[in-house]
Write a protein that binds this ligand. Structure first.
Ligand SMILES: [Zn+2]
Length: 252
Protein backbone atom coordinates (compact mmCIF):
# COMPACT_ATOMS: atom_id res chain seq x y z
CA UNK A 1 0.00 0.00 0.00
CA UNK A 2 2.75 2.39 1.05
CA UNK A 3 4.96 1.41 -1.91
CA UNK A 4 2.12 2.07 -4.35
CA UNK A 5 1.41 5.44 -2.75
CA UNK A 6 5.09 6.48 -2.94
CA UNK A 7 5.50 5.39 -6.53
CA UNK A 8 2.31 7.33 -7.47
CA UNK A 9 3.67 10.59 -6.06
CA UNK A 10 7.10 10.06 -7.64
CA UNK A 11 5.52 10.48 -11.09
CA UNK A 12 5.30 14.25 -11.76
CA UNK A 13 2.44 13.88 -14.27
CA UNK A 14 0.33 11.95 -11.76
CA UNK A 15 0.93 14.58 -9.12
CA UNK A 16 -0.11 17.38 -11.47
CA UNK A 17 -3.33 15.54 -12.44
CA UNK A 18 -4.09 14.84 -8.77
CA UNK A 19 -3.63 18.48 -7.78
CA UNK A 20 -5.69 19.61 -10.76
CA UNK A 21 -8.62 17.46 -9.66
CA UNK A 22 -8.40 18.72 -6.07
CA UNK A 23 -8.23 22.39 -7.06
CA UNK A 24 -11.09 22.30 -9.54
CA UNK A 25 -13.47 19.97 -7.72
CA UNK A 26 -16.37 22.10 -6.54
CA UNK A 27 -17.03 21.87 -2.84
CA UNK A 28 -13.49 20.94 -1.80
CA UNK A 29 -11.23 23.98 -2.04
CA UNK A 30 -13.41 26.09 -4.24
CA UNK A 31 -16.61 26.07 -2.24
CA UNK A 32 -18.07 29.57 -2.63
CA UNK A 33 -18.94 30.69 0.88
CA UNK A 34 -18.69 34.40 -0.02
CA UNK A 35 -22.36 35.05 -0.64
CA UNK A 36 -23.80 33.34 2.47
CA UNK A 37 -21.21 35.10 4.66
CA UNK A 38 -22.15 38.52 3.27
CA UNK A 39 -25.84 37.76 3.72
CA UNK A 40 -25.23 36.78 7.34
CA UNK A 41 -23.46 40.07 8.06
CA UNK A 42 -26.49 42.15 7.13
CA UNK A 43 -28.64 42.79 10.18
CA UNK A 44 -32.33 42.07 9.76
CA UNK A 45 -34.78 44.76 10.80
CA UNK A 46 -38.53 44.19 10.93
CA UNK A 47 -40.66 47.33 10.70
CA UNK A 48 -44.29 46.97 11.73
CA UNK A 49 -46.73 49.61 10.43
CA UNK A 50 -49.48 49.67 13.08
CA UNK A 51 -53.15 48.85 12.24
CA UNK A 52 -54.38 48.29 8.64
CA UNK A 53 -57.55 47.28 6.80
CA UNK A 54 -60.69 47.67 8.91
CA UNK A 55 -58.48 48.55 11.90
CA UNK A 56 -57.91 52.21 11.04
CA UNK A 57 -56.24 53.25 14.31
CA UNK A 58 -56.71 56.79 15.65
CA UNK A 59 -58.38 59.47 13.51
CA UNK A 60 -57.06 63.04 13.12
CA UNK A 61 -59.34 66.13 13.11
CA UNK A 62 -58.67 66.54 9.36
CA UNK A 63 -59.59 62.91 8.69
CA UNK A 64 -56.09 61.36 8.61
CA UNK A 65 -56.07 57.70 9.60
CA UNK A 66 -53.24 56.41 11.76
CA UNK A 67 -53.02 53.23 9.63
CA UNK A 68 -52.01 55.31 6.57
CA UNK A 69 -49.40 57.41 8.40
CA UNK A 70 -47.77 54.30 9.88
CA UNK A 71 -47.60 52.61 6.47
CA UNK A 72 -46.19 55.72 4.74
CA UNK A 73 -43.52 56.12 7.39
CA UNK A 74 -42.65 52.39 7.44
CA UNK A 75 -42.19 52.38 3.65
CA UNK A 76 -39.91 55.43 3.85
CA UNK A 77 -37.87 53.85 6.67
CA UNK A 78 -37.52 50.65 4.61
CA UNK A 79 -36.28 52.60 1.56
CA UNK A 80 -33.77 54.47 3.72
CA UNK A 81 -32.42 51.31 5.38
CA UNK A 82 -32.45 48.76 2.59
CA UNK A 83 -28.94 49.49 1.28
CA UNK A 84 -27.40 48.67 4.63
CA UNK A 85 -29.82 46.26 6.26
CA UNK A 86 -32.17 43.44 5.35
CA UNK A 87 -35.54 45.11 5.93
CA UNK A 88 -38.89 43.36 6.21
CA UNK A 89 -42.28 45.05 6.66
CA UNK A 90 -44.95 43.09 8.54
CA UNK A 91 -47.53 44.59 6.17
CA UNK A 92 -46.83 46.22 2.82
CA UNK A 93 -50.30 47.56 2.06
CA UNK A 94 -53.66 48.44 3.61
CA UNK A 95 -54.82 45.13 5.09
CA UNK A 96 -55.55 43.81 8.57
CA UNK A 97 -52.96 41.88 10.55
CA UNK A 98 -53.47 40.53 14.04
CA UNK A 99 -51.00 41.46 16.75
CA UNK A 100 -49.35 38.07 17.21
CA UNK A 101 -48.61 37.62 13.50
CA UNK A 102 -46.59 40.86 13.55
CA UNK A 103 -44.23 39.55 16.20
CA UNK A 104 -44.11 36.07 14.75
CA UNK A 105 -42.90 37.54 11.43
CA UNK A 106 -39.95 39.04 13.30
CA UNK A 107 -39.24 35.78 15.14
CA UNK A 108 -39.57 33.72 11.96
CA UNK A 109 -36.95 35.74 10.06
CA UNK A 110 -34.72 35.87 13.18
CA UNK A 111 -34.75 39.67 13.15
CA UNK A 112 -32.08 41.64 14.99
CA UNK A 113 -34.56 44.46 15.68
CA UNK A 114 -38.32 44.91 15.76
CA UNK A 115 -39.85 48.38 15.53
CA UNK A 116 -43.61 48.83 15.64
CA UNK A 117 -44.83 52.23 14.40
CA UNK A 118 -47.94 53.93 15.79
CA UNK A 119 -49.29 57.44 16.33
CA UNK A 120 -50.90 58.65 19.53
CA UNK A 121 -54.63 59.29 19.85
CA UNK A 122 -56.77 61.20 22.36
CA UNK A 123 -60.21 62.81 22.59
CA UNK A 124 -58.36 65.98 23.59
CA UNK A 125 -56.44 68.04 21.07
CA UNK A 126 -53.66 69.04 23.46
CA UNK A 127 -51.74 65.77 23.95
CA UNK A 128 -48.65 65.82 21.76
CA UNK A 129 -45.15 64.49 21.35
CA UNK A 130 -43.31 61.28 20.69
CA UNK A 131 -43.20 58.26 22.99
CA UNK A 132 -40.90 55.26 22.77
CA UNK A 133 -42.19 52.15 24.53
CA UNK A 134 -40.18 49.15 25.61
CA UNK A 135 -41.88 46.04 27.02
CA UNK A 136 -42.27 46.01 30.78
CA UNK A 137 -44.30 43.26 32.35
CA UNK A 138 -46.75 44.24 35.08
CA UNK A 139 -49.32 42.34 37.10
CA UNK A 140 -51.91 43.71 34.67
CA UNK A 141 -52.69 41.89 31.39
CA UNK A 142 -50.90 42.98 28.19
CA UNK A 143 -52.03 46.08 26.28
CA UNK A 144 -52.94 46.17 22.63
CA UNK A 145 -53.60 49.21 20.40
CA UNK A 146 -57.26 50.21 20.36
CA UNK A 147 -59.27 52.09 17.75
CA UNK A 148 -60.98 54.07 20.51
CA UNK A 149 -58.86 57.26 20.61
CA UNK A 150 -59.59 57.84 24.30
CA UNK A 151 -57.89 54.53 25.07
CA UNK A 152 -54.91 54.09 22.77
CA UNK A 153 -54.28 50.66 24.25
CA UNK A 154 -56.68 48.08 25.67
CA UNK A 155 -55.93 45.20 28.01
CA UNK A 156 -55.94 41.64 26.73
CA UNK A 157 -55.25 38.45 28.64
CA UNK A 158 -52.38 36.89 26.77
CA UNK A 159 -51.63 33.18 27.07
CA UNK A 160 -48.95 33.26 24.39
CA UNK A 161 -46.16 30.71 24.53
CA UNK A 162 -43.87 33.70 23.97
CA UNK A 163 -45.18 35.58 27.03
CA UNK A 164 -41.83 35.88 28.77
CA UNK A 165 -39.51 36.02 25.78
CA UNK A 166 -39.17 39.83 25.59
CA UNK A 167 -38.08 40.08 29.24
CA UNK A 168 -34.64 38.78 28.26
CA UNK A 169 -34.24 41.71 25.84
CA UNK A 170 -35.41 44.49 28.15
CA UNK A 171 -31.96 46.09 28.57
CA UNK A 172 -31.19 46.13 24.84
CA UNK A 173 -34.72 47.32 24.04
CA UNK A 174 -34.16 50.29 26.39
CA UNK A 175 -30.84 51.05 24.66
CA UNK A 176 -32.67 50.91 21.32
CA UNK A 177 -35.37 53.29 22.58
CA UNK A 178 -32.74 55.76 23.84
CA UNK A 179 -30.72 55.57 20.61
CA UNK A 180 -33.81 56.25 18.50
CA UNK A 181 -35.13 59.06 20.69
CA UNK A 182 -31.77 60.86 20.92
CA UNK A 183 -31.45 60.93 17.16
CA UNK A 184 -35.10 61.80 16.44
CA UNK A 185 -34.87 64.65 18.95
CA UNK A 186 -31.89 66.04 17.01
CA UNK A 187 -34.36 66.77 14.22
CA UNK A 188 -36.27 69.14 16.57
CA UNK A 189 -39.74 68.07 15.45
CA UNK A 190 -41.53 67.28 18.71
CA UNK A 191 -42.00 69.52 21.75
CA UNK A 192 -42.32 66.55 24.12
CA UNK A 193 -40.63 63.18 24.17
CA UNK A 194 -40.40 60.30 26.60
CA UNK A 195 -39.47 56.64 27.01
CA UNK A 196 -41.93 54.42 28.88
CA UNK A 197 -42.07 50.79 29.89
CA UNK A 198 -45.49 49.18 29.30
CA UNK A 199 -46.86 45.66 28.84
CA UNK A 200 -47.59 46.12 25.13
CA UNK A 201 -48.76 42.94 23.46
CA UNK A 202 -47.14 43.88 20.15
CA UNK A 203 -43.73 43.69 21.86
CA UNK A 204 -44.43 40.84 24.26
CA UNK A 205 -43.56 37.93 21.98
CA UNK A 206 -40.56 39.49 20.22
CA UNK A 207 -37.36 37.48 20.68
CA UNK A 208 -35.05 40.42 19.92
CA UNK A 209 -34.65 44.09 20.98
CA UNK A 210 -38.06 45.62 20.27
CA UNK A 211 -39.75 49.00 20.68
CA UNK A 212 -43.03 50.65 19.82
CA UNK A 213 -42.58 54.11 18.37
CA UNK A 214 -45.59 56.38 18.90
CA UNK A 215 -44.72 59.11 16.51
CA UNK A 216 -46.74 62.18 17.56
CA UNK A 217 -50.45 62.53 18.26
CA UNK A 218 -52.58 62.30 15.15
CA UNK A 219 -55.46 63.83 17.17
CA UNK A 220 -53.38 66.97 17.78
CA UNK A 221 -54.14 69.31 14.83
CA UNK A 222 -50.55 70.59 14.48
CA UNK A 223 -49.04 67.11 14.70
CA UNK A 224 -51.60 65.66 12.28
CA UNK A 225 -50.42 68.29 9.78
CA UNK A 226 -46.76 67.47 10.48
CA UNK A 227 -47.36 63.76 9.97
CA UNK A 228 -48.64 64.50 6.46
CA UNK A 229 -45.64 66.66 5.58
CA UNK A 230 -43.08 64.70 3.57
CA UNK A 231 -40.20 66.86 4.89
CA UNK A 232 -41.16 66.13 8.50
CA UNK A 233 -41.51 62.42 7.74
CA UNK A 234 -38.08 62.46 6.03
CA UNK A 235 -36.54 64.03 9.14
CA UNK A 236 -38.16 61.39 11.36
CA UNK A 237 -36.82 58.69 9.02
CA UNK A 238 -33.32 60.18 9.24
CA UNK A 239 -33.55 60.14 13.05
CA UNK A 240 -34.68 56.50 13.01
CA UNK A 241 -31.86 55.56 10.64
CA UNK A 242 -29.19 57.26 12.76
CA UNK A 243 -30.66 55.75 15.92
CA UNK A 244 -30.51 52.24 14.47
CA UNK A 245 -26.89 52.78 13.33
CA UNK A 246 -25.99 54.02 16.83
CA UNK A 247 -27.69 51.01 18.39
CA UNK A 248 -25.65 48.54 16.37
CA UNK A 249 -22.49 50.47 17.29
CA UNK A 250 -23.33 50.00 20.97
CA UNK A 251 -24.78 46.48 20.87
CA UNK A 252 -23.08 44.02 18.54
ZN1 LIG B 1 -51.89 52.68 17.04
Amino acid sequence: MSACYNSFFKKPLCVLIFLGIILTYPGILQANPEQPILAKQKKTIVIDPGHGGHDKGALGPEGTFEKNVTLDLARMVATELENTYRVILTRTDDYFLNISSRTSTANHVKADLFISIHAGGSFLHQPCGITLYFFKKTAEPALTPDTDPSKPFKRINSLSAWSNIQNAHQTTSKILAKSLLNRINEQKIFKKSEILGAPLMVLEGADMPAVCLEIGYITNPAEEKSLQDIRVLSNIVQGIRNGIDDFFEKVR
